[in-house]
Every structure is written in C-alpha cells, then in structure tokens.
Design a protein around this ligand. Sequence first.
Ligand code: HEC
Length: 178
Amino acid sequence: MVLMFSLQAIAQEDLKSTYSHYVDKQGNITLPQDYRRNWTFLGSYQVKSSNGKGWDTHNVYIQPEAVKAFRENGKFPDGAVLVKDVNSTQSEPLTTGLAYYSSDLQFTFMMVKDAEGRFPKNEAWAEGWGWALFKPGIAKSETENWKGSGLNNCFGCHLPAKNNDWVYTQGYQQVLQK
Ligand code: HEC
C-alpha cells in the first residue's frame, strides 16, 4: 500500500516536470529526447504524401502517466505531451503481402497541455495547449504563432477537432479507452 502510494506520487511528478524539462519560463518548447523508446506509442496515421506520390506515416507518442490520467478522467492532464513524428514510408513485398513501414523522419510536431493558461502573451500557446514544430535533429521549436502559415497553421488544421480538445483521438482509441 505504501509502495503503491509512492509510485503514484512519482507518476504525478513526471507530468509536473514537463514545465521544468521541456518548457522554459517564456514558454519556449524543447523536444524531449527519449520519447520513441520510453513513452507510450499512441498510434499511427498513414496519410497520402503532399506530392500525391506514396504515403507518409505519422507516429504519435505520449507519456505513460498521461495515458493513465486520460483513462481515468477522459481528458489530457496538465503537463501531458503529445509528440507526432512525420516519416516517409518505405514499401516492400514481404510474406504477409505488400508491406509499408516508417523510414526517414521529415519533421516532428508537439503539443503540451496547459490547463492553467501559463503564457497568455506567447502566441505559440492557445486553447489549453502549447504548439511546436521541429526539424530533424533540432530541439528548438520553429513555431512562433499557432496561427502561422503552412505547417505552422496548427489552428486551421486542428479546428475540426476543437470539440475534442483539439486532438484527433480516433486514431488512438486502442490505447486511450478504459
Ligand atoms: C495540414 C494540416 C495540419 C497542420 C498544419 C498541423 N496539423 Fe497537427 N494534425 C493534423 C491532423 C489531421 C492530425 C491527425 C491525423 C494525422 O496525423 O494526419 C494531426 C495530429 C497532430 C498531433 C498528434 C495528436 C493529434 O491531434 O492527433 C500533434 C501533436 C499535432 N498534430 C501537432 C500540431 C502542431 C503543433 C501544429 C502546428 C505547428 C500542427 N499540428 C499543424 C493536421 C495538421
């Protein structure tokens, strides 16, 4: 019983540490290092490439503690971090059939849950989230305004999911459901 209690305390501490590890005092967002190995894989989307040829594979990760809280409360807790890698896709005939799998990383998106409205003056923060975009190998976000242009128009592209806390959870049901 004592052990369970302290494990829970550690889990909560991990989500709190989002704001010391990945976000500075001004609200600048840094990409976590080990999410592909150590976090929970939420799911993937296969999306037609913007040049119309082939597919991209979007792989999405979140902290295990945030999944636990979502299963309990049905919403993403303060400090939850969603990371989405956009990868090219390789294909190859295998014994299962024509197989597709992730290859080169193109770029990475990240959303940081902020239930407290911490950065009212920083335009990369809005509607309960911090919004960030990273080029491969660069941990500093490219996003100055979540209503920017191109890939930085987070707002425009996430608007259809507004009533779902801006997140496209339909691809992650197998992990998020109770
Ligand atoms: C071209 C439209 C588009 C743009 C621009 C865009 N998103 Fe998304 N995003 C989506 C869609 C649609 C999904 C879910 C399906 C998919 O991956 O295609 C998604 C998924 C995500 C996910 C995984 C969680 C989820 O909602 O499913 C994160 C994190 C994310 N986006 C962050 C961002 C951030 C941050 C920005 C701005 C810097 C941004 N996105 C810009 C369309 C977009």
